[in-house]
Design a protein around this ligand. Structure first.
Ligand code: ATP
Ligand code: MG
Length: 354
């Protein structure tokens, strides 16, 4: 297995800058998820690790060995694409065997390894079929089997579950995580689904616009977002964000204030708090009076939109059903430890909890 290190990676396609200086270190045997909106540079990063794309600037290291100029076939990596890319004219067996055959692995060894990979992915019964005779989920398993059959040092996955229905995605994401642990393989996994990222990643690198915004464990990313981008990108419903003002030891937010806030600075800030941390009623922390604008009953949770000033709404998420209805006046409160403060200019986090 191998550790992977990206140093100062810049990638330009003509006038488009896809990556603007990416530094990232993935430990040996670690599962790293690249998470970010469409076009932020996730696939480009993977392709650079695979050697399918050359960085305009920067270096790529496997185990401290500089592989920047090494072609893909000389890097021990496998990649699974969103589209599976199985060969339609080859049976499942031959699809899985193909990467071994180009490596000129002897025939009896090929048979053993294909069987091993097929068993791991539980597709032993499908080896004689053609891809068009498989379901989407089965094709996905074949694609993963083909990727692991060469026992790569680094496994790259580019949104491998995006063509599957919701139920299958949930099942496959935990299977992929288990497989990665079992093989102990270093994995870089691309997704724009934050729940998938949380389940699969030992760590998550949140990307935006060709840059890494934060790298951390799923918990760190959720509890201590480094900036407003990460804060609003992670979590559903989105974190509430309001303009605030610090003066002396007072934090002002809309028509509310909170005393004894000691952040050692004054001026404009952005105040964030997650919908699931807002209490209906309650007496501590930041408090607002408002009127319920809208109630969404999602079964296991209820999302309540509270208007606290004209045009200013706070989203509250509570588990279970709520006996609240539109038009009702309520008081809501946000405990001090649930309040995040960000710099109004740079968006960088100043404090998690006040
Ligand atoms: N071969 C290429 N030629 C020109 N521009 C490219 C090329 N490949 C990628 N880009 C551009 O680089 C940027 C990053 O693309 P990339 O495919 O890495 O994004 P992504 O994060 O994988 O997005 P998605 O979630 O939509 O797959 C985009 O602006 C894209 O248009
Ligand atoms: Mg992509």
């Amino acid at each position: 297995m191998a550790s992977v290190r990206l140093e100062g990676i810049v990638k330009r396609f003509g006038s488009t800058v896809a990556l603007r200086g990416v530094d990232l270190e993935i430990e040996d045997g670690e599962s790293m998820v690249l998470l970010g909106p469409s076009g932020c540079g996730k696939t480009t990063t993977l392709r650079i690790v695979a050697g399918l794309e050359k960085p305009t600037m920067g270096r790529v290291y496997f185990n401290d060995r500089d592989v920047t100029n090494l072609p893909p076939r000389d890097r021990n990596v496998s990649m699974v694409f969103q589209s599976y890319a199985l060969w339609p004219h080859m049976k499942v067996y031959d699809n899985i065997a193909f990467p071994l055959k180009i490596r000129r692995v002897p025939e009896n060894e090929v048979r053993k390894k294909v069987r091993w990979a097929a068993e791991l992915m539980e597709i032993e019964g499908l080896l004689d079929r053609y891809p068009h005779q498989l379901s989407g989920g089965q094709r996905q398993r074949v694609a993963v089997a083909r990727a692991i059959v060469v026992e790569p040092e680094v496994l790259l996955m580019d949104e491998p579950l995006s063509n599957l229905d919701a139920i299958l995605r949930v099942k496959m994401r935990s299977e992929i995580k288990k497989l990665q642990r079992r093989l102990g393989v270093t994995m870089i996994y691309v997704t724009h689904d934050q729940v998938e990222a949380m389940v699969i990643g030992d760590r998550i690198a949140v990307m935006n616009d060709g840059m890494i915004m934060q790298v951390g464990s799923p918990n760190q990313i959720y509890r201590e977002p480094a900036n407003t981008f990460v804060a609003t990108f992670i979590g559903s419903p989105q974190m509430n964000m309001m303009d605030g003002y610090l003066e002396g030891r007072v934090l002002y937010v809309a028509n509310s204030r909170l005393d004894d806030v000691d952040l050692g600075r004054s001026g404009k800030v952005i105040v964030g708090f997650r919908p699931e941390r807002v209490l209906i009623g309650g007496f501590e922390g930041l408090r607002f009076k408002g009127r319920i604008d809208f109630v969404e009953n999602l079964g296991s949770t209820t999302i309540i939109h509270v208007e606290v000033e004209k045009g200013r709404k706070i989203v509250v998420s509570i588990s279970g059903e709520a006996s609240l209805s539109q038009g009702e006046e309520v008081t809501i409160s946000i405990p001090r430890d649930a309040i995040h403060v960000f710099d109004a200019k740079t968006g960088r986090a100043i404090a998690h909890g006040v």
